[in-house]
Design a protein around this ligand. Structure first.
Ligand code: IVH
Length: 680
């Protein structure tokens, strides 16, 4: 270890702090990192070690301060120096045009003149105010009622996108600066965080906005520090001694001071260009890594803004141009029970079909009895339904005013729809389950899952054939799949000679499988694809899993107590062991997890790097490409971020390629990828 004198340590700490803050700025604000994450972490650790030895020299804007300070007992109140206002809404183009007409009229402009507007994405997060005194971040607050908010400084300090210290840029930073913006949770971070929550048996959040609100309300900032939050700044608050003439000037200026601004904000000449921007934004919306619920349109020129002034609680110079609603009202025609492969009974509302954000919706999951009770959903009710992203539609609330007088509360029936067995609520769980192992609905979904692409990957065995085979009594248990003869399959409708031959071949091929696929295929409750892989990597063989105690399972990283119990219970049950044995006797061969093989060509290139695969590859499927990368110690992720090392782009690569290019992620075409796999 290098030994430093006091003076050297102070200098080194200051230099490292400055250096790390510069790199964080490049990463979060300019989207132009020039050192790798690993190098950043290495320098951060170096600073941490120095600060530990020389705590007196730690600077207030040290990035090590982002891990979260001591827990608070409550949040103090903060009175905003200037109230935080809200915006009026335009629900459609006509209302936006009316807004433009009002603006022009008040400014004394003719109908043919154009007002310059700034069109910004309306971030669906939590509004925040950030105060800087003498360049240091001093107070961060929620909007609250607009006049008084809560002091959440400690939590906001943990967000790396929020600068702890400002530096002079386009203009000198005034002694007191307050800016406003939105804290949000990126979608990829939200998905990972929710998956983690489920794994450890904690509550998952309904959407990124709720997760952001929940994270900012933590009294212990070290909890907030673990949440993947970020922020965009879009409005001035109280500011001393600085001349900023327009919203565009504001965005440029704050960016140069160190704040993150949204890259999709545009200058528009007149309302027609605003509408064009709105359509572009709506088109981009599904691919953004954060939720937006519309566009905010602001008169650019601050002098004009001043002239327009305010009406009640919103400015006359801005409007929120909302996207079409993701929520609609429709009628519950019926509630039916769907039986999952684990026997789980899910009540599903059958709805009068309705378009929600461009998609026809006729069913919505009601989750379980508790949800139905909580929302008091009854057949015949009018309900508000919503679709967020590509999530299955759900019922938000019942419009009780429109309820018919004889509507009855709904109870999940005591018998499974299979008519054979009773339904039962599992202790400690919200769901009801069918108790019958021979329940045909349960069997059908179990077979569908077993043969699915990511499980045993049997081709040519769709739900229609499975339905018939179960109804005819041919398929009664999983091993029957491998016992049925050509004649058996041929006895079903719509199964010609060719298709049965192909099916038999595919069944044969599926016998060579991996432990991860097999575990996933078994349909063990709470064991999805990722957990199956985790278990396979950890235990390596079926035998290992048979031997595992509950404690062993709980000790596996990323396996929470609920998952551990479910797996343990599964392997303890005699009938499950018998099923597995029968499958092995029928010739299923389970390969141990692909270990990183030292001499696999190209390993040095792939190891510890993160790849995203897009477009179609001519030489191999995307799944094969994934396996090849993983076998060489690389990681494969579904979405591009700054953490992605390479994008493997096949033919007709679309938005991911664009995103990679805009983030400066290196791109490998198929040829280059194959060459790397061969170690070239
Ligand atoms: S400007 C006086 N710009 O939308 C105008 N707001 O109802 C202050 N929001 O509370 C707001 N993105 O939380 C502005 N680019 C953006 C925004 C934005 C999201 C939120 C903000 C505000 C609400 C307005």
């Amino acid at each position: 270890m290098t030994t430093y004198t006091q003076e050297e340590a102070a200098q080194k700490i200051a230099a490292l702090t400055e250096d790390l803050n510069q790199h964080a700025y490049r990463y979060y604000v300019l989207d132009d990192a020039i050192i790798s994450d690993a190098e950043y972490d290495r320098r951060l650790r170096e600073l941490e070690a120095l600060e530990k030895d020389f705590p007196a020299f730690r600077l207030p804007d040290s990035p090590t301060q982002r891990v979260g300070g001591p827990a608070l007992e409550h949040f103090d109140k903060v009175t905003h120096r200037i109230p935080m206002l809200s915006l009026a809404n335009a629900m459609n183009k006509e209302e936006l045009v009316e807004f433009d007409q009002r603006v022009k009229k008040q400014l004394g402009l003719s109908a043919s003149q154009h007002v310059e507007y700034i069109a910004e994405p309306k971030i669906d997060g939590i509004a925040i105010s950030l105060l800087y005194e003498d360049n240091q971040f001093s107070v961060g607050a929620t909007r609250g009622d607009g006049v008084t908010g809560e002091d959440i400084t400690a939590n906001l300090k943990t967000i790396s996108a929020i600068p702890l210290r400002l530096f002079d840029g386009k203009k000198t930073v005034p002694p007191v600066v307050e800016v406003r913006g939105e804290a949000y949770m990126p979608r990829d971070g939200f998905d990972a965080f929710n998956e983690e929550q489920r794994k450890i048996g904690e509550k998952a959040f309904a959407n990124p906005r709720n997760a952001t609100a929940g994270s900012l309300k933590q009294l212990d900032p070290s909890t907030t520090a673990k949440r993947p939050l970020s922020a965009f700044i879009y409005a001035p608050g109280y500011m001393e001694e600085v001349e900023i003439n327009s919203q565009w000037d504001f965005l440029d200026t704050i960016e140069s001071w160190g704040f993150p601004r949204n890259p999709l904000s545009r200058r528009c000449q007149g309302v027609e260009e605003v509408i064009q921007c709105y359509e572009d934004l709506m088109e981009q919306r599904p691919r953004l890594n954060y939720d937006i619920d519309g566009m905010v349109v602001k008169v650019n020129d601050y002098a004009l803004q001043k002239q327009l002034g305010f009406i009640s609680k919103s400015p006359r110079w801005a409007i929120a141009f909302k996207f079409p609603p993701q929520q609609e009202i429709t009628k519950v025609l019926d509630i039916q029970i769907q039986v999952g492969r684990t026997g789980k009974l899910t009540p599903v509302a059958h709805l009068e079909p309705i378009q929600v954000a461009g998609v026809m919706v006729s069913r919505a999951t009601l989750h379980n009895q508790d949800e139905i009770d909580k929302k008091d959903i009854r057949v015949g009710d009018y309900v508000v339904i919503q679709r967020a992203g590509d999530v299955i539609p759900e019922v938000v609330t019942v419009i009780t005013d429109r309820r018919v007088p004889d509507a009855q509360p709904y109870k999940i029936p005591p018998r499974c729809p299979c008519g054979m067995s009773e339904s039962e609520r599992a202790p400690g769980e919200a769901a009801h389950y069918c108790t019958g192992l021979a329940c045909p609905s349960r069997l059908k979904s179990g077979f569908e899952h077993f043969v699915s692409r990511k499980a045993m990957n049997v081709e040519g065995l769709g739900p229609k054939i499975i339905d018939q085979a179960v109804d005819d009594g041919l398929l009664q248990a999983i091993p029957d799949l491998y016992r049925l003869t050509e004649q058996d399959w041929r006895s079903l409708e719509r199964t010609g000679e060719r298709s049965v031959q192909n099916l038999l071949q595919s069944l044969e091929k599926s016998k060579d499988t991996t432990l991860a696929r097999f575990l996933f295929a078994l349909g063990i409750r709470h064991v999805g694809e990722t957990t199956a892989r985790t278990l396979s990597d950890h235990f390596e063989t079926l035998h290992g899993l048979y031997q595992a105690s509950l404690e062993d399972l709980k000790d596996v990283p990323d396996v929470g107590p609920i998952v551990a119990f479910s797996v343990y219970h599964f392997f303890q049950q005699e009938e499950n062991r018998d099923t597995i044995q029968a499958l092995l006797d029928l010739g299923i061969e389970i390969a141990p997890p692909t270990k990183v093989i030292a001499d696999l060509p190209g390993k040095e290139f792939f190891e510890d790097k993160t790849f995203v695969i897009t477009g179609s590859l001519a030489q191999m499927s995307r799944d094969d490409a994934k396996e090849q990368i993983q076998a060489r110690g690389g990681k494969v992720s579904g979405s591009i971020s700054k953490k992605t090392d390479y994008l493997v782009a096949g033919a007709a690569a679309g938005s991911k390629l664009q995103k990679a290019q805009s983030l400066g992620v290196s791109v490998l075409d198929e040829e280059a990828f194959l060459a790397r796999l061969q170690g070239e």
